[in-house]
Design a protein around this ligand. Structure first.
Ligand code: SF4
Ligand code: SF4
Length: 465
């Protein structure tokens, strides 16, 4: 007798034989869809305009990696500010963890670029040319006619153009958009590196949105896999109210016997609108990106049946089970404390940051030279201008007994993000002072109060006579 195999839930994007099921989610209308679309277009507008916006004469966002210059919302940074990157990355990770704990995959459904561009740009192009989901599903199984081939070709040309637009928007965070606009009409030879990056981004974006689509969320994205470890029964999620919906039955059945049936009429509208092809009624699933399409779809059905909305809704698992809901809980308090500590450390690091770097290194070769009774130690002062303008730096020795810093060059003018080296000498009397000593030099930007005091420990002393 054949053994009965267990029925396993699998990804909605897979057929039972393991092959991929192309998903064409049905159109949905509703309050969440309207709000999401408004947010998508606002985010795209911000992304396209950010590289063009100037703050204090500098780009609002520009990551000029070859020149190691970084502009972020009015601040200018260079490679020496790499430690700040630590705080930025930790802050992003902390924000994602905290938001996921509180509101589940709200990032995925509302603001991830994958969702924003797929639902806000690429899917609408497909819908415009090929028709609604039912038509597209039928077209996938129909024999190819000349008209359909032409339509599909048009979709791919438009997708490719959209991918090129998005790719150039991405590249303009690394190459000033004004420069990029000059490169484009001149062709690849004007900047082969920029061209190769733009072409690579265009190819990846086209592949992702024209073919790979929800597979990125289901297979590639590490956040999607991680989020199940971050949520608990109090995290907000998109869920189906089993207590209210079950047992399922037709609307007429419920009218005849209201006690025997729940509110779900098994119309499957929540399933056909799902971009990852899952049935939310099967409970929380890794494939759910929290897009809220099933909420709008079910609300529409409930409105038609004159039943209350919210059979599928934003709620916690505790809320859906009818248990007490909690927003403030130990892990949220722990994240809040961690966030506060992180914010304080980041603020201190940012406030301690100077807009130039100065340090002194001993030059190679003989550690000191003797000139009669005088011992002369040679050093090299290295000054880095972290500003995006020309600045003059003043170098001032700090008086300290018989030890002197001799500075041949007391003013150094540096262009934007430029650096320079200048010789400096520590001069002392032979054998005086008798032991180790320190010598100090002050460097400051002309017109600015902030300065850097550099201490040179234990310059060499020739032994006394
Ligand atoms: S189950 Fe609902 S919220 Fe989750 S991905 Fe599908 S439609 Fe979106
Ligand atoms: S849309 Fe609502 S009523 Fe229809 S199957 Fe889904 S949960 Fe049931």
């Amino acid at each position: 007798m054949a053994r009965k195999l267990p029925v396993l839930e699998t990804s909605g994007a897979l057929r039972h034989d393991g092959s991929r099921r192309v998903i064409h989610p049905a159109d949905v209308h509703g309050r969440f869809n309207t709000a999401r679309k408004a947010l998508f277009y606002a985010l795209v507008a911000i992304m396209l305009s950010l590289p063009w916006i100037k703050i204090n004469g500098n780009p609002a966002v520009l990551l000029d990696i070859p020149a190691r210059r970084f502009f972020l919302f009015g601040g200018t940074f260079n490679a020496q500010d790499g430690a700040m990157l630590f705080f930025v990355l930790i802050a992003i990770a902390w924000a994602l963890v905290t938001i996921t704990t509180l509101a589940g995959r709200v990032w995925c459904g509302w603001s991830c670029p994958q969702t924003v561009f797929l639902e806000g740009l690429f899917r609408p192009i497909e819908r415009l040319v090929l028709g609604n989901a039912n038509k597209r599903i039928a077209q996938d199984t129909q024999p190819a006619t000349a008209g359909l081939v032409v339509k599909k070709a048009i979709v791919h040309v438009l997708w490719f153009a959209a991918a090129a637009l998005v790719a150039h928007a991405v590249v303009s965070f690394f190459v000033p958009p004004q420069t990029l606009a000059r490169f484009i009409p001149r062709g690849p030879s004007s900047s082969p590196t920029t061209f190769l990056w733009s072409a690579a981004f265009t190819g990846v974006i086209y592949f992702n949105f024209a073919w790979f689509r929800e597979q990125t969320c289901l297979i590639v994205c590490p956040y999607g896999r991680l989020q199940s470890a971050l949520v608990d029964k109090d995290s907000l999620t998109v869920g189906y109210d089993k207590r209210r919906g079950e047992p399922r039955g037709k609307a007429a059945d419920k009218e005849k016997s209201p006690e025997s049936f729940g509110d779900c009429v098994d119309c499957k509208r929540c399933v056909v609108v799902c971009p990852t092809g899952i049935d939310i009624r099967n409970g929380p699933q890794l494939d759910c990106i929290g897009c809220t399409a099933c909420i709008d779809a079910c609300d529409e059905v409930m409105d038609k049946l004159h039943r209350p909305r919210g059979l599928v809704r934003y709620d916690s698992l505790n809320g859906l089970d009818g248990d007490k809901k909690r927003i403030v809980r130990p892990r949220v308090l722990a994240y809040a404390l961690a966030g506060l500590a992180l914010f304080s450390a980041g603020t201190c690091a940012f406030r301690a940051r100077k807009d130039f770097v100065a340090n002194v290194l001993r030059v190679q070769g003989a550690p000191y030279t003797l000139e009669g009774d005088t011992v002369r130690n040679a050093f090299e002062l290295h000054v880095v201008n972290k500003r995006n303008d020309t600045s003059v730096y003043l170098i001032e020795p700090v008086a300290q007994g018989t030890v002197r810093f001799v500075v041949p060059l007391t003013r150094i003018s540096l262009g934007p993000f430029a650096d320079a080296r200048a010789p400096v000498f520590v001069v002392s009397q032979r054998g005086n002072p008798a032991g180790d000593f320190v010598a100090q030099l002050r460097v400051r930007r002309d017109g600015a109060p902030a300065n850097e005091t550099i201490t040179v420990s234990a310059p060499c002393l020739a032994p006394g006579r």
